[in-house]
Design a protein around this ligand. Sequence first.
Ligand SMILES: *Cc1c(COP(=O)(O)O)cnc(C)c1O
Length: 390
Amino acid sequence: MKRIYLDNAATTMLGGEVLQEMMPYFTSIYGNSSSLHSFGREAVKGVDNARDIIANYIGAKNSELFFTSGGTESNNWALRGVAYANIKKGKHIITSEIEHHSILDTCKQLEKEGFTVTYLPVDSTGLVSISDLLHEIKPTTTIVSIMAVNNEIGTIQNIKAISEIVKFYGAYFHVDAVQALGAFKLNVNDLGVDLMSISAHKIHGPKGVGALYIRENVKINKFMLGGEQEQNRRGGTVNVPAVVGFGKAVELNARDLDYKDKKLFELTSYFIKKIEYEIPDIKINGNQNQKALSIVSVTFDNIEGENLIMLLDLKGIAVSTGSACASGSLEKSHVLKAIGLTDEQIRGTIRFSFDINISKDDIDYVVRTLCEEVQKLRNASPLKNKKKVN
Ligand SMILES: *Cc1c(COP(=O)(O)O)cnc(C)c1O
C-alpha cells in the first residue's frame, strides 16, 4: 500500500544530509560544549558553526541567537521573559486569537499572574487588522506577539506593518516564525522584529531543538535557570547533535527555497484544482493572496473530519485536523473558530500540508481516495438531506 505523508506542518522527515551531519556528534564528538578541554572545544565548533549559519540566514548577529528545546520553549521564554523584565513600563500584552497554544497558554497563565492580555481578532481569511492593533496598543503595552504564518490555515500576517506600529509605541515585537522559516526568506531587520521563535523539526531538522532570536538590548529575563550556557541566558547542557542538525537544516532550506517554492506551487495548485473540480461542497480556508504554499486547509460540508482522517489513514494517507490537540480531546480549533467557521464546518475541516517529495501520482491517489471516502461519509451522514449532495 502507498504511504503518503501530508502532515508536514506537524513535523517533517529528518533530512538525510541532516542526519549525516549529526552522526559524528552522537559518536566521536561527544564532549560537553561547556567543557574547556579538546573534547568540549570540538563540540563548541559544531555549535558555533550552526549558530553562524542560522544567525546569518535570518540577518542576526550570532550573539543574538539562543538555542532552546524548540518553538514552544522559545515562545514561553519570549513572552514571560519580556513581560516580567519590563513590568515597570506596564503589564499589558497583545497577541492574536489564532496563535499557537504555546503562546495562548502562556498568555492565559500570565493573566492569572496579574498581566492583562488583549487577543486581537482576525478576519475571515485569518489576517489581523492593523487598525485593531492601533486601537488596542497603549503606553503600558510591553510586548506584542503575532505569528508570521499560521500553522492551521497558512495565512501570512503583515509583519512589517505591524512592526512599525509596535515600534512607534515603544513595545517589543515578538514573532512566532516556526512555520515561516520554511515558507519564505526571513530577515529580522527587514521584518523589524525584536524577538523571533524558530524550530528545527518543521524544516527537516531534528525534533526538540529551536532558537529564540533576541535583538541586542532587549530587556528579557532568563527562562531556564541553572547554568551559564548560551551567554548565561539559557541554562542546560546544549543538545549538540540537534543544534548541528538544526544548522544543516537551515543551510539546506536556504539553498532550496526557490526550488521548493516553485515545486510547492505546482503541487498544491494541482491538488486544489482537482479537489475543487471533483468534490462538491468544499471550501479552501486561509488568505489565498498571502499564504504558505505548503498548507491547504479544506472544509468539507457534511463530514466529520475525524472519521475522514481515520478512513484516509486506512488507505495510507496521513493528514490532520490542523489542531494538534491531544488525541481524544474534542476541543474545537480556536483558529477555525476565529475565522468564523461554524461548529459543523470546523468538524469538517482537514489540513493537508505538503512537502516537495510528494509526486503528482501521489496527489492523484489522494484525490481519488478523498472522492470515494467523502462520498461514503456523506451518504451515511444524517445531515445529508440538509443539503443536496451529488
Ligand atoms: C510547531 C509550532 C510551534 C511549536 O514548536 P515546537 O518546536 O514543536 O515546540 C510553535 N508555533 C507554531 C506556529 C508551530 O507550528
